[in-house]
Write a protein that binds this ligand. Structure first.
Ligand SMILES: [Zn+2]
Length: 84
């Protein structure tokens, strides 16, 4: 059987860190298919592999800047893992 699985996770807003409950759907090979914020006041940012969340109150520019910071940080962390 190969069915998508849904998992409820908690994720912080990438701008301010406020946490939200997020319903995430993963494919059988563990790729993110979809995510929905189930707490009020937040929404998911559509993205390749990670459920990213932001408050509805942030403007697009804030979210974009935070997203770029997040991306740089993630790449650095992955490189560190490879070094060790
Ligand atoms: Zn926020």
């Amino acid at each position: 059987m190969s069915e998508n699985k849904s998992v409820v996770e908690r994720h912080g807003c990438i701008v301010c860190g406020r946490t939200y409950n997020v319903l995430t759907i993963y494919s059988p090979d563990d790729r993110l298919v979809d995510c929905t914020v189930t707490s009020p006041g937040g929404h998911c940012i559509p993205h390749e592999r990670h459920p990213l969340v932001a408050c509805d109150t942030h403007i697009e520019g804030e979210i974009e800047a935070a997203y770029h910071r997040w991306k740089v940080r993630t790449v650095e962390e992955e490189q560190e893992k490879e070094d060790n």
